[in-house]
Design a protein. Structure first.
Length: 299
């Protein structure tokens, strides 16, 4: 039970880290940075931190095929950042995270596509409840909420990439030490981001950007590149995607609280009701699996 608790805590931390990102990206934009600055510096600091950790961590020789597979795992990581941070140029942080949060049900879609795992009726109903709650939480039905459909599209794309990242993290390279695995994945994400963004940048100069952005970039690297892959690599293979989906919901309240506290964003009562419905849908679709897993562990 103690080890299960630790694996669950790891996934909880990984989910909470994703909730931190949107607020700090918004702060970075306010300091004069653009999409290219944010993504590239995030991967730079993430790569640097992982390289230092790798120097003091366990490593093992892995075949070239596995190295290539882990580099490929960096593709959804890089795309998640590009799409999500692009959406934050037009969406409030509290709205963007609602769309990113759709990774919860998209994960079930990937399980069906890749593992031929058919969702139960209970899971399908919970997905319907989650989508309904998301509509309320996003404020689509309220004229008082400034809503941008283009930004929502980019945020939803990031949700598909984020769900894919979580899925492949749980099934690829499970025998590779977590720091070494995260380090290789970060290289893949950095290479993809550089290939996509650098040619489109008018300049990579940091002129006009406040010096405080260095601290923001470091935090983005820590919470966006370093901790989530490590935490999910540790916890997801042990607790499974069902309980993992529940624990990853830490992302949503963290993002909402920070957007209110640090950005001064306003969330209307109807949106809070939508958030409550989202949590209800997630727990309804996964708590039964959690109970079965617990009873099995007791036996």
């Amino acid at each position: 039970m103690k080890s299960t608790w630790l694996y669950s805590l790891a996934v909880l931390i990984g989910g909470a880290c994703f909730g931190i990102l949107s607020t700090f990206v918004k702060i970075g934009y306010g300091q004069g940075a653009d999409l290219v600055h944010v993504v590239i510096t995030q991967f730079f600091f993430g790569f640097l931190i992982l390289a230092i950790l790798l120097f003091f961590s366990a490593r093992k020789k892995i075949p070239l095929k596995m190295v290539v597979a882990l580099l490929a795992c960096g593709i959804p990581t890089g795309l998640t950042g590009i799409f999500y941070y692009h959406s934050l140029q037009t969406l409030d942080a509290s709205l963007a995270v609602i769309f990113l949060f759709q990774f919860v049900w998209i994960g079930s879609f990937y399980e069906f596509i890749f593992a031929k795992k058919i969702p139960s009726k209970r899971r399908l109903l919970s997905i319907g409840v989650l989508i309904a709650g998301s509509i309320l939480a996003a404020g689509v039905l309220q004229t008082a909420v400034q809503f941008d459909w283009v930004g929502a599209f980019w945020a939803l794309l990031s949700a598909f990439c984020s769900a894919l990242f979580m899925y492949v993290t749980g099934v690829v390279g499970t025998e590779v030490p977590v720091v070494q695995k995260g380090f290789i994945i970060s290289i893949g994400g950095f290479l993809l981001s550089a290939i996509i963004l650098v040619p489109t940048a008018e300049t990579l100069s940091f002129t006009g950007i406040e010096t405080g952005f260095i601290g923001i970039a470091f935090l983005l690297g820590l919470f966006g590149i370093v901790l989530p892959p490590l935490m999910f690599s540790i916890g997801m293979p042990k607790i499974g995607s069902g309980l993992g989906a529940i624990l990853s919901t830490a992302e949503l309240p963290v993002a909402l609280i920070l957007s209110i506290a640090l950005l001064g964003e306003t969330i209307l009562p109807m949106q809070w009701a939508g958030v409550a419905i989202i949590f209800a849908g997630i727990f309804y679709g996964n708590v039964e699996r959690k109970k079965v897993r617990y009873e099995y562990a007791r036996e």
